[in-house]
Design a protein. Structure first.
Length: 313
């Protein structure tokens, strides 16, 4: 896809869109880190209070996917490749992003639209298609772009739920000290070896499971194609390698299992496909501390007809 000055039509978006339904299971782990802090709990690791299982939000994973796309699809000057700009990024003013679409199509968002000609789309719909063509995350996840400068709403073909840890997690609160200070006043308070104390919460180890869904019907509306799909799956396997920080510890993608349906409507319920993946602790392991402490099996004998299982990792 390219950054177009010509107006994309609905047919332009749908002609190369994916034609199959997909579901996928992503397994990822964390060692000595906080995979997704909860701001309502002092940024402690998210946890299900009834079961003790850890949680990671879909928004957290989407952010990492977006960041990987930014690295993978950029020109030598650092600008995004045509068709692979990112809509939701740090400090982005979303109404300004919408305005780019209006400017590219020679439209005025403030000007009242007159009577439409036969077959002509409202300007918001025309800008919506431009946004799908030029912003990868709009094409992939969708977006609500009807605030301020109205560019419509998009339901993205890719959705996934919160990731959940396979076992209960233990959240450990660690004390840390700060040696350096920011002001002379703080320095005076630290005379005699006094240090500023702080806290950091970590999960010693946890394996998380996330389920995802990809709709070909919504892909036809956004123009999400086979190249985009390949890029997305690559992003899932590589995103943690380019998102390192001391607070997140060591995070890694462990397995990516994709279920491809023969038909757009699908050949089996997603729940039935997810149940084919069995994750168990190995015999003799009571407290897991690595992915190698688990066995992951796929029950091919119960695979429904019309389903292809693709192991990407």
């Amino acid at each position: 896809m390219s950054t177009a000055t010509a107006e994309p039509t609905a047919a332009d978006l749908s002609k190369d869109a994916i034609a199959n339904r997909y579901e996928f299971v992503l397994l990822f782990d964390v060692t000595n880190g906080n995979p997704n802090g909860d701001p309502d709990a002092g940024n402690a690791p998210r946890v299900d209070p009834e079961t003790g299982h850890g949680l990671v939000s879909d928004v957290c994973i989407k952010r990492k996917v977006r960041n990987l796309i930014t690295l993978a699809k950029r020109k030598e000057d650092g600008s995004p490749e045509d068709g692979y700009d990112i809509y939701v990024k740090e400090k982005a003013i979303l109404n300004d992003q919408h305005k780019r679409g209006y400017d590219a199509l020679g439209l005025d968002p403030k000007k009242k639209e007159g009577k439409l000609k036969e077959g002509e789309s409202p300007k918001e719909e025309r800008v919506r298609r431009w946004m799908c063509q030029n912003f990868f995350d709009v094409r992939m996840f969708g977006a609500v772009m009807s605030t301020g400068v109205n560019a419509g709403q998009v339901r993205g073909p890719i959705q996934f739920a919160f990731a959940r840890s396979v076992d209960r997690i233990a959240s450990l609160e660690q004390s840390i000290t700060r040696m350096a200070v920011t002001t002379e006043k703080e320095s005076a308070k630290q005379e005699g070896g006094n240090r500023t104390m702080g806290r950091k919460e970590i999960v010693p180890y946890a394996l998380y499971e996330m389920h995802g869904y990809i709709s070909p019907f919504l892909a036809q509306q956004t123009g999400f194609n086979e190249d985009d799909l390949e890029l997305f799956f690559n992003a899932l396997t590589q995103m943690f390698d380019h998102d390192r920080s001391a607070s997140r510890g060591e995070m890694s993608a462990c397995r990516l299992i994709v279920f491809k349906h023969d038909s757009p409507l699908g050949n089996a319920p997603a729940r039935k496909l997810f149940s084919l993946v069995d994750i168990k602790l190995k015999d003799g392991v009571e407290v897991p501390r690595s992915f190698e402490d688990y066995t992951v099996t796929i029950d091919e004998s119960k695979k429904p007809g019309g389903i292809e299982i693709i192991e990407r990792l």
